[in-house]
Design a binder for this molecule. Structure first.
Ligand code: NI
Length: 184
């Protein structure tokens, strides 16, 4: 099942998401999240973006075809805990399915250590770096109620204000179904 993607401005994107009860069957939700993300050509999707304030996100880097490190980067993160972020901050232009048609440079640390469960409730602790870390940091932010535009300078934010207001009213072109908080 493909969910509509919740747009910027919806309070669910600003909540700190809750842990999922260990052992809960998340398989069908995970399948739906992959289906929703693939339909929107995304590299990551967090549960709040489909209106669910729970600590779950999925990533699939294969859509970035010219990036070898992305070709086996298909993962499910359940109840993840960011343990450490390390290294020199670097800038990369980020986008977000909840903020269509806006891309801006965001600076983040190059490496991270994270613990999480997969969809079968097997626990993992792993180190990621580069673009993999970047994608995880962006999605992890979603379950903490943060979005990439939060990192922009006040000037940049001011310049984007009108566009962001339009997005929350649903006045934006996307090739996927959206759910806009202020659409009348
Ligand atoms: Ni996003």
């Amino acid at each position: 099942m493909i969910y509509p993607i919740v747009m910027y401005g919806d309070p669910v994107l600003r909540q700190k998401a809750k842990d999922i009860e260990p052992g809960t069957d998340v398989q069908s939700l995970v399948d739906d999240m992959f289906e929703t993300m693939h339909a929107a050509n995304g590299v990551g999707l967090a549960a709040p973006q489909i209106g669910k304030s729970i600590r779950l996100f999925v990533v699939d880097g294969r859509v970035i075809e010219d990036e070898p490190s992305m070709q086996d980067f298909t993962k499910v993160f359940v109840n993840p805990v960011m343990l450490e972020e390390l290294g020199t901050p670097w800038e990369y232009e980020e986008g977000c399915l909840s903020i269509p048609n806006i891309r801006e440079k965001v600076s983040r640390k190059e490496r991270l250590k994270i613990s999480y469960f997969d969809e079968n409730w097997i626990s993992h602790e792993e180190i990621f770096d580069g673009l993999r870390a970047r994608i995880i940091q962006h999605e992890y932010d979603h379950i903490e109620g943060k979005m990439f535009v939060d990192y922009l300078t006040p000037l940049k934010k001011r310049l984007l204000k009108g566009k962001l207001a339009d997005i929350s009213k649903g006045k934006v072109d996307t090739e996927y179904r959206i759910l806009a908080p202020q659409k009348k």
